[in-house]
Design a protein around this ligand. Structure first.
Ligand code: FES
Length: 268
């Protein structure tokens, strides 16, 4: 491969009636990613092209785009893996376009916030001023840790056929996180989150297409989390759920806690 043809979606609201594709021919270099191609176009060919990226290593989740009709992280997608020299890049479906390849993920973050994505503790004082550490067994950690790897890139939401037909459907990312927090033994907020997930646009609309898990770049498997969540909610409504024991606290001797000096550059 000597050259690549990038067909990139362009769209400026208020100026363009609808998105269109613009073609760029750029040189191929070994090991380059789709993000490298976009950066080349912006730096050498057309500096008006808009896309989002930050870490360039599959961690921040900001570079999600539709590559040859599949939602992917641009920085995590080597061109060679696409097995073609023609690469079509569009903004993520199921999200409004801000400009070119930049989609607005506001709705995803709103939905994520609605499921209370944090540990809800029964001991407010301990949560706010911790005096000890929570003890978790390896099995307890393994029950949810896979679902905690979510980077909120929105690829699962872009792939979901139910989100495509019902914008209010909570969707695989927030529902997966409902399961993640409810399985964590430090958390006591299952009832509140089950209430949110049991809404007309909640968990029961998922018909297990599995597209979310296929698209997830971090192996989170939201489809599995949603099925496990359905089971947990049914057990809860039938009062068959095991009563949750409060998590154990380990009071460590004060001298065993690491003393961390505040670096000078830290804002007070
Ligand atoms: S730039 Fe951070 S995940 Fe791609």
């Amino acid at each position: 491969m000597q050259e690549l043809t990038f067909k990139v979606q362009r769209y400026t609201p208020g100026q363009d009636k609808e998105p269109y594709l613009q073609e760029f021919t750029i040189p191929f270099t070994e090991g380059m990613t789709v993000l490298d191609g976009l950066i080349y176009i912006k730096e050498k060919v057309d500096n008006t092209l808009s896309f989002r990226s930050s870490c360039r290593m599959g961690i921040c989740g900001s570079c999600g785009v539709l590559v040859n009709n599949f939602p992917m992280l641009a920085c995590h997608t080597p061109v060679e893996e696409l097995k073609t020299d023609r690469i079509e890049v569009k903004s993520l479906p199921n999200f409004p376009i801000i400009r070119d390849l930049v989609a607005s993920l506001d709705l995803l973050f709103e939905k994520h916030k609605s499921i209370k994505p944090y540990i809800i503790s029964s001991d407010i004082r301990e949560a706010e001023e911790p005096t000890a550490e929570y003890v978790q067994s390896r099995e307890e950690l393994e029950s949810y840790v896979q679902f905690a790897y979510c980077v909120k890139c929105g690829l699962c939401m872009a792939a979901c056929p139910t989100v495509a037909t019902d914008a209010l459907f909570l969707g695989p990312q927030p529902l997966g996180q409902v399961y993640r927090y409810c399985t964590d033994r430090r958390d006591m907020g299952a009832k509140e989150r089950f209430h949110e997930a049991d809404s007309p646009h909640g968990v029961w609309l998922c018909h297990l297409a599995g597209a979310c898990s296929e698209a997830c770049p971090k192996g989170v498997d939201p489809a599995l989390a949603i099925q496990l969540l359905k089971r947990a909610m049914v057990f809860d409504s039938m009062r068959l759920a095991k009563k949750r024991q409060p998590v154990t606290l380990a009071h460590l001797p004060v001298e065993s806690k690491p003393k961390i000096e505040v670096p000078e550059f830290t804002v007070k």
